[in-house]
Design a protein around this ligand. Structure first.
Ligand code: G
Ligand code: G
Ligand code: MN
Ligand code: NA
Length: 253
């Protein structure tokens, strides 16, 4: 069997699982949301990371079904987490390919309604590459989500070639600083300057900022001192399956 054939059956065989990584307010450590991160437990190859099968899912169109399932599953999980009034938001990665496979504002709206989640409890993460193509279809697609009231984040910000003009043209409200820059923070003057520049740009454009890959207390303190409000990373919590996340949240802080 090829990996493609295996992926075709992964959903029905319950081999896919959604993990969740908390997003916290950097100053207090309070959890404000969770990012859904897909995992594939392959019977022979073990855990296959998403960067090794999402591209295949995109090529084959399987990302349509898989993406719908991720959204449903994660909304259900977050609805449960919020039963005690926690008010956590959910962040879900989406790829452009899902646009042609039926993921639009109506579809998202239906899922949110089914799980009684308000639109502002959902953030959709897209990559910079999508905006660089600068197409009318992409603009209309994203405007649809915006009109619904969900937020839009640019994932891995700073890694692509940023022609920053797109920040004005597209209805993006959040930037996620790529973990590559956070890793080098305090060790590399170039990374320090870049992070400082992104933070000041986000402030003047009134964009919400999330630093990814925060692993140390020192990184956290540096970011807080520069007024980077939100962060996620191993410093706080690894991505966890739903039940483990629930336990972690119960004992955290
Ligand atoms: O958790 P991990 O480092 O393996 O995730 C790597 C990347 O895989 C994420 O940053 C994201 O871009 C992608 N990814 C993870 N889950 C999903 C998903 O449900 N849908 C899509 N389209 N991409 C995902
Ligand atoms: O959406 P995105 O492609 O950025 O996915 C985040 C990825 O980064 C996930 O695969 C997750 O497992 C990983 N990750 C999350 N926190 C950390 C961290 O603190 N350090 C490192 N090296 N990776 C992390
Ligand atoms: Mn992401
Ligand atoms: Na990222």
């Amino acid at each position: 069997m090829t990996l493609e054939q295996d992926l075709r059956h992964a959903l029905e065989l319950n081999q896919l699982e959604v993990y969740y990584q908390p997003i916290v307010a950097g100053d207090s450590g309070r959890v404000v949301g969770v990012e859904a991160l897909l995992r594939w437990h392959h019977p022979e190859h073990g855990a296959i990371p998403p960067d090794q099968f999402i591209p295949l899912a995109e090529e084959t169109g399987l990302i349509g079904q898989i993406g719908e399932w991720v959204l449903e599953t994660a909304c259900q999980q977050v609805q449960q987490l919020n039963r005690n009034g926690a008010g956590l938001y959910l962040s879900v990665n989406i790829s452009e390919r899902q646009r042609d496979l039926g993921l639009d504002a109506d579809a998202v709206s239906a899922v949110l309604a089914h799980y009684a989640l308000p639109p502002d409890a959902l953030m959709l993460e897209i990559t910079e590459g999508l905006l660089l193509q600068d197409s009318e279809e992409t603009l209309a697609w994203l405007e649809g989500f915006k009109a619904l009231g969900v937020s839009l984040a640019i994932d891995d910000f700073g890694t692509g070639y940023s022609s920053l003009g797109y920040l004005r043209r597209f209805p993006v409200d959040t930037l996620k600083i790529d973990r590559e820059f956070i890793r080098d923070l305090n060790n590399d003057r170039y990374a320090d300057s870049l992070v400082a520049a992104i933070i000041s740009m986000a402030a003047s454009l009134e964009l919400r900022l999330i630093a990814e890959g925060v692993e140390t207390d020192k990184q956290q303190r540096t970011l807080v001192s520069q007024s980077c409000r939100y962060m996620q990373g191993y410093r706080f919590c690894h991505p966890l399956p739903g039940p483990a996340l629930t336990e972690w949240l119960d004992t955290y802080q």
